[in-house]
Design a protein around this ligand. Structure first.
Ligand SMILES: [Zn+2]
Length: 462
């Protein structure tokens, strides 16, 4: 039988008809692709932590590792989260840099922690950001995304206690990444138990296409403590518990400081010369380098206990309900001139998270490389009820060059204006000085801020 002739018109009609059929098939409700109900399982107990250490870089654990070794002997479960891979540093072992160096550092710290007895270790996606500016680190980590990741780790590991870097601005190494890990950990402490925060983490998949719902439970940690690499550790005296490191571990037959030192010796890309020198030192010299107690700074407790009492004082196995953070006291008072940037941020942060008791520098301070330009972010404010013209003046040592800046502000009642003052510091000068920024109305002084500035060679950029 001969095939029926098919005209072009007929072809067109058939094509249209098949498209209509396809579209209507797609529009038809598909049978629900429901997941087979599984018996409700409790959260994975292999991940349950007593302590979650949340820090920025491989080697940051060193500030607490002797104490962690002690806790491991007490059968506490310890887990660690690193916000970055520490990829921005130098490499004393080979040419590998950037992401490759980050991969090496991840391996080094996994060995270091495994030596102590810590196996559950996570690395988040933050970029190693060498600066002293916590806001710069938060920005590079995509602030909200990093917070979501930290909250996920808290819900996954369900720690009783979080230990992290102190969020604050102090002369010392003062790494912005350290501060940012403390900021995010504090925020996570306050919201991981809140069922309204990051709800997609808490929703359980019921259909086959809901592949990104996570099925976690809200989790409220009981306590948060901090540690700091500020140069002046005396200012943290009696702000939290202190743990000696000279006792002998009954399971390892070595003092805890020695376990910390041995664990540190895996960080060869960062400290090769020091580590090789360390192995040649006499035990008493090693002890003098490593035998200091570990001091923690008390942040918050939802289960009572005293500020300098043991970390686990008041902690029982029972889960506790979500407790909304209560801001401490009154809003920070506004002045005619204030430090903005990281300094201003911490005033708001400490208030909002009920942490105004945390130590802060008596006079705001910073250390910068000599010859570098110091940046002082300010906010000039008219706190009065009438329009004002406010004049700003800056006093710095004679050899420091204050660059031109906007010095006169006509502000309506309640209005404020940001201004950046830049001061070039002399090269090869390692002095310290105060820089003062004063706001005046006519000849009447309205307010003044002071910044204590230390110059030295090297160190992190501002
Ligand atoms: Zn670090």
């Amino acid at each position: 039988m001969a095939a029926l002739p098919v005209s072009k018109n007929n072809m067109f009609t058939m094509k249209i008809a098949s498209i209509i059929l396809l579209v209507s098939l797609l529009a038809m409700p598909l049978p629900a692709q429901v997941l087979k109900p599984t018996p409700a399982l409790p959260p994975d107990n292999r991940l349950k932590a007593d302590i979650l250490l949340i820090v920025a870089h491989p080697d940051d654990e060193t500030g607490a590792s002797a104490y962690l070794a002690k806790l491991l002997d007490q059968h506490k479960r310890i887990e660690v989260v690193y916000l970055t891979h520490g990829e921005a540093g130098h490499n004393n072992m080979g040419p590998e840099r950037g992401p490759s160096l980050g991969a090496v550092r991840e391996t080094e710290v996994r060995h270091a922690l495994a030596m102590l007895g810590i196996d559950n270790v996570w690395f988040l996606d933050g970029r190693d950001t060498p600066s002293q500016n916590v806001l710069q680190s938060l920005a590079n980590w995509r602030n909200g995304q990093a917070l979501e990741e930290v909250v996920r780790m808290v819900r996954l590991t369900r720690p009783e206690v979080i230990i992290t870097w102190l969020p604050g601005f102090f002369i010392g190494e003062n790494h912005g990444d350290h501060q940012a890990s403390g900021v995010l950990s504090t925020e996570a402490f306050d919201i991981a138990g809140d069922p309204a925060s990051f709800p997609a983490q808490l929703a359980a998949a019921t259909k086959i296409n809901e592949t990104l719902l996570e099925g976690l439970q809200p989790w409220q940690p009981k306590k948060i403590y901090y540690f700091s690499d500020a140069e002046n550790q005396d200012q943290f005296k009696d702000t939290g518990p202190t743990y000696t490191t000279t006792e002998i571990s009954p399971t390892r037959n070595l003092p805890y400081w020695r376990l910390a030192m041995d664990s540190f010796s895996f960080h060869m890309t960062q400290y090769r010369d020091y580590i090789e020198g360390l192995s040649k030192k006499k035990p008493e010299e090693q002890k003098s380098d490593w035998g200091d107690p570990v001091g923690l700074i008390f942040g918050k407790s939802l289960v009572g206990g005293s500020r300098t009492g043991d970390v686990f004082e008041g902690v029982t196995p029972a889960a506790i309900p979500f407790t909304r953070a209560i801001p401490s006291g009154e809003e920070p008072a506004h002045a005619s001139v204030e430090l903005a940037g990281p300094w201003g941020f911490y005033d708001v942060f400490r208030h909002e998270h009920g942490l105004t008791h945390l130590p802060k520098a008596a006079v705001p301070e910073i250390v910068i490389n000599h010859g570098q330009t110091l940046q002082i972010p300010l906010l000039v404010r008219n706190s009065s009820t009438t329009p004002q013209t406010i004049t700003l003046s800056v006093t710095a040592p004679q050899t420091w060059a204050v660059q031109d800046f906007t010095s006169s502000f006509s502000l309506a009642a309640g209005e404020s204006s940001p201004v950046l003052v830049q001061v070039t510091t002399p090269a090869a000068d390692t002095s310290t000085a105060e820089v003062k920024c004063r706001a005046e109305n006519g000849h009447q002084m309205m307010g003044e801020v002071e910044l204590h500035v230390k110059l030295r060679a090297g160190g992190l950029p501002q």
